[in-house]
Design a protein around this ligand. Sequence first.
Ligand code: ADP
Ligand code: MG
Length: 271
Amino acid sequence: MSATLDTAPHPVAAPARLRQNLALDVIGVSHAYDLDGRSLPVLDAIDLSLAPGEFVALLGPSGCGKSTLLRLAAGLERPTVGEIRADAVPIEGPDPTRLLVFQDPTLFPWRTVWKNVATGLEARGLLATHRGRIEEVLQLVKLDGFAAAYPHQLSGGMAQRVSIARALVNDPHLLLLDEPFGKLDSLTRLVLQQELAALWREVGFTALLVTHDVEEALLLADRVIVLSERPARILGEFRIEEDRPRRRDDPALVALRRTVLERLGIPHVPI
Ligand code: ADP
Ligand code: MG
């Protein structure tokens, strides 16, 4: 394991059953919002490359611009300066190969789990040909048997699994995860972290995860990027070379957790 400031992507081993991933390049991206006629700088000269199949986690203070970076990668907004490329092609708008999963599952309450997962396929006119895929992804997220349930009948963890299934059914090559487990109780979060790790290994998508949970970042990611206060700059980068599956109590990860927290400006003091 090493802690470096080297921003080049590493080639990633190919354990995936299906290869469905893409290379993401964030090149000199700065972004500002217009706030009552004045400019609010949010991202400052971000350079970041993800190799196909790589899992990268972003950590940074609240309000620094993490969600903005994900929205830019999803093509929901265009950067003020710089460019973002998917497989070397400039991103100019949303695409089902690059999907966002939010903290809040935002399921349609009047639709069953099956119909919620079907939404994307339906919108793209693919439901007739890809119906079988819905059952497959429900199995992947361990929700087979709940296809007929409605959102109000699900726990928070199950609802977030539906949200992940709703993205996976489109076979995304890049999954952008915006604090996906942030609202779950801590025990459910542990289970979903383990499930996401297994899902990533099995499906093989490229992943960019925003989280406030340092342990989560170190367990799941190949690299952890630490961002500054707004406007976000890259303050540090940590490559995690521990073999998978990883253990929470791995002494090397525990030591790295302390280093990452220090980079985030949170000193190690007994409480
Ligand atoms: P983070 O996800 O790191 O908490 P965000 O990317 O959501 O941060 O937001 C960064 C900053 O940009 C915040 O100060 C937020 O208020 C501001 N912001 C986000 N979206 C908009 C918007 N559409 N218009 C104006 N300001 C925004
Ligand atoms: Mg956010």
